[in-house]
Design a protein around this ligand. Structure first.
Ligand SMILES: Nc1ncnc2c1ncn2[C@@H]1O[C@H](COP(=O)(O)OP(=O)(O)OP(=O)(O)O)[C@@H](O)[C@H]1O
Ligand SMILES: [Mg+2]
Length: 234
């Protein structure tokens, strides 16, 4: 059940931001999308999630066409985003934020999934009745990840997980992401921290001013002279 974006173009009003973008994430794979500020990474995740207008192209998962579907339909199909900047409900508690992640579900396993999320992220159990807006940046990122898990993702889109966090916190989050991956979730990770992304993902795509300019196994991108020069400061 590969996840595939094919020849996708997207825009905000009259301003086109993405041109003919194609990428694929195999079942169970971890793929990174890297690129400079303003390249269009978040726009691509927004288009996949049904939040940004798609002008042309398609988004396919598990034999279904997701382009032009409503955001809730895309979540129901198993494609769930952890947005850049976390976008928590700051005046709601951690518990309430997590339950928001399950708002589309009517099955009886929400409680069991909540318990599973708290086992994966024990810090959130300690913070369960705290207002999300009062938590540290690292804790807020954990809430955003756990909220996405509550929607039972098959494909997790995570946007700038490491932004603004100390390296030690990023390492902790990567351990958590590894566990999520091992539980069978396919991951598309958008990162401005290119080193971290290429060490974590198996493959990566480089987006530059709205176009994919390079892709390949992470190891070869780490050694690519143009990647080193543009993104690794070497
Ligand atoms: N809501 C919007 N309306 C109009 N233009 C937008 C909107 N959001 C983003 N843009 C523009 O689209 C382009 C791509 O932005 P986007 O946020 O997708 O880039 P990004 O690669 O995620 O950057 P960053 O690393 O800063 O998160 C930028 O030129 C940005 O100014
Ligand atoms: Mg972004």
């Amino acid at each position: 059940m590969a996840f595939a974006v094919k020849n996708l173009s997207a825009s905000y009003g009259d301003t086109r931001v993405l041109w003919d973008v194609s990428l694929e994430v195999g079942e169970g794979e971890v793929v990174a999308l890297i690129g400079s500020n303003g390249a269009g990474k978040s726009t691509l995740l927004g288009a996949i999630s049904g939040l940004v207008h798609i002008d042309a192209g398609s988004v396919q998962y598990a034999g279904r066409e997701l382009a032009h579907q409503a955001p809730d339909q895309i979540v129901r199909a198993g494609v769930v985003q952890v947005p850049q900047g976390r976008r928590l409900f700051g005046s709601l508690t951690v518990r309430e934020n997590l339950l928001m992640g399950a708002y589309l579900r009517d099955d009886k396993e929400v409680k069991a999934d909540l318990e599973r999320a708290l086992e994966l992220l024990p810090r959130l159990r300690e913070r369960f009745e705290f207002l999300a807006g009062r938590l540290s940046g690292g804790e807020q990122q954990q809430v955003a990840i756990a909220r996405a898990l509550m929607a039972r993702p098959k494909v997790l889109l995570i946007d700038e997980m490491s932004l603004g966090l100390a390296p030690v916190l990023v390492d902790q989050l990567l351990v958590i992401m590894e566990q999520i991956h091992k539980s069978g979730v396919t991951i598309l990770m958008v990162e401005q921290d290119v080193q971290t992304a290429l060490e974590f993902a198996q493959r990566a795509y480089v987006l530059e001013t709205g176009r994919i300019i390079l892709s390949g196994p992470s190891a070869s991108l780490l050694n690519d002279p143009s990647v080193k020069k543009a993104y690794l400061g070497v």
